[in-house]
Design a binder for this molecule. Structure first.
Ligand SMILES: Cc1cc2nc3c(=O)[nH]c(=O)nc-3n(C[C@H](O)[C@H](O)[C@H](O)COP(=O)(O)OP(=O)(O)OC[C@H]3O[C@@H](n4cnc5c(N)ncnc54)[C@H](O)[C@@H]3O)c2cc1C
Length: 435
């Protein structure tokens, strides 16, 4: 089997996987996209009802625009801010349907494991000459696909953090099933019934938690018996608001201003700094047990929404020689550039192939997953990552090294403020909360 005749396999047809495909196409490198879902952008679809915080000008990839402009595609207006649904309908779906991408896209193809053909993780001999072997679950069978290089753009959306401030599921959390939701439910759409006239506790302080609270507050207008509670580990609620009207991304600033208004109006009962430790279920309700200001504090609620961030699934990479940071679980060389203790979304230095490289040659983790547990990933960063990685795969090392990035300055994904020693113990768990 001649490795060089094989395609480069991209795992995941989200925004970054599709951009990688566009760059491979531009460089005439054969490729295949394997997508677990039954349609492209399967993860974005889960938050289709949510407004993004960055406008179109930061959400489009240049190689993808080049492909789309050869068709009757209407480029969205730069300064407008799309929802997840619009990102799919106005950009990702048209891109995936072009003749440059569609023939190379395999839906319902879930990558279960990756290795080198007939060489396990321990063996050095001939390692770099051996093709990659991907075990893939399709609706009909488990199949094997060989690849010259692999780009893992599988995201982190399906691997949410649990509610425990220590990163572990709170005691009883795994038994809550229909009383707990991870992420941003479609509160004003298909999930309305579940939240209408209920008490709901939202745990987390990032963009996802705030979005859930804003939608719950909209629902409260027509369901006056609803009660909202916001549980966060931050020492001060102001630290969750982000850049407000000084935010370079108006969409993100607006979200901060709305939540501030809501808190100021007294419509939300805020618990902070609060550390969830245990859930107990009564006949109809959930008792959240935790610590607030070092005393035991219980919160009684009908429903719980957990939006405490995401973490990467690296289990299917077990047979590869990947080098991940021990804290962030991102490619090791990237860690110091994206450490949320130090960086805002907009202060991340340009980076590319060199920072994303692993001991396993020709294997890369890109996109949301490349940030591991750090919450600061932006699409514009991922587009530059795949431009550089694909240049390297194509052998254009000069282009691979020449990374450039211009990002909007920060807001909700800001650095923890200078730490008041009295709150030192409280501030630590903010590090990985979702933006
Ligand atoms: C609510 C929300 C709002 C956001 N707003 C913004 C914003 O305004 N601006 C911004 O720049 N960023 C934003 N982000 C962050 C980020 O840009 C998005 O999360 C983006 O979707 C990440 O793209 P991705 O391609 O890396 O991963 P994903 O979009 O998560 O795509 C991964 C794909 O891989 C597939 N997959 C997963 N596992 C496998 C497997 N084993 N085999 C095959 N396929 C697999 C999934 O089905 C999915 O289609 C937002 C994120 C969220 C959650």
């Amino acid at each position: 089997m001649d490795k060089n005749q094989l395609p480069t396999v991209i795992i995941g047809a989200g925004p970054i996987g599709l951009a990688a495909a566009a760059h491979l196409c531009k460089r005439k490198v054969p490729f295949l996209i394997l997508e677990a879902g039954n349609q492209i952008a399967h993860n974005v679809k889960s938050w289709r009802h949510v407004s993004m915080f960055s406008p179109w000008e930061y959400n489009l990839d240049h190689a993808s625009i080049d492909i789309l402009e050869a068709y009757e595609w209407e480029k969205p207006v730069d300064h407008e801010v799309p929802t997840g649904a619009e990102l799919i309908e106005k950009y990702l779906l048209p891109l995936s349907e072009t003749k440059e991408i569609k023939p190379h896209l395999r839906l319902n193809s879930h990558v279960l494991a990756i290795s080198r053909r007939r060489i396990n993780k321990i063996k050095n001999y001939s390692r770099e000459r051996a093709p990659f072997v991907l075990r893939v679950q399709t609706p009909h069978a488990t199949v094997v696909i060989h690849a010259r290089a692999v780009i893992d753009a599988s995201g982190t959306w399906h691997n949410p953090n649990p509610s425990g401030a220590d990163g572990l599921p709170a005691i009883g959390e795994n038994n809550l099933t229909n009383k707990i939701f991870y992420g941003i439910p479609d509160i004003l759409g298909k999930d309305e019934k579940k939240y209408k006239n209920r008490s709901v506790a939202v745990i987390g302080s990032g963009h996802s938690a705030i979005n859930a609270l804003l939608e719950l507050s909209d629902l409260q207008q027509k369901s006056p018996n609803s009660k909202l509670c916001w549980i966060l580990t931050k020492a001060k609620v102001e630290d969750a608001y982000g850049g407000l009207d000084a935010d370079e991304l108006p969409g993100r600033g607006k979200v901060g201003m709305r939540i501030k208004e809501l808190v100021d109006s007294g419509n939300i009962s805020v618990h902070l700094p609060y550390f969830v430790e245990e859930f107990e279920t009564t006949k109809d309700q959930v008792v959240i047990k935790g610590y607030q200001n070092n005393t035991n504090e219980h919160v009684l609620t009908d429903q719980v929404i957990v939006a405490t961030g995401l973490r990467p699934d690296v289990s299917f990479l077990r047979e590869l020689r990947v080098s991940l940071d021990y804290a962030l679980e991102c490619p090791q060389k990237l860690a110091s550039l994206i450490d949320p203790n130090i960086h805002r979304c907009g202060s991340v230095a340009p980076h590319g192939e060199a920072e994303l490289r692993h001991p396993e040659k020709d294997f890369y983790i890109v996109g949301m997953k490349s940030y591991g547990r750090a919450p600061t990933f932006l699409l514009a960063t991922g587009y530059e990552q795949v431009r550089s990685v694909v240049a390297a795969i194509a052998g254009d090392w000069e282009a691979a090294r020449n990374v450039k990035l211009s990002l909007p300055e920060s807001g909700v994904c800001g650095v923890p403020k200078a730490v008041d020693p009295n709150f030192l113990e409280f501030d630590r768990s903010d590090e990985f909360e979702n933006a």
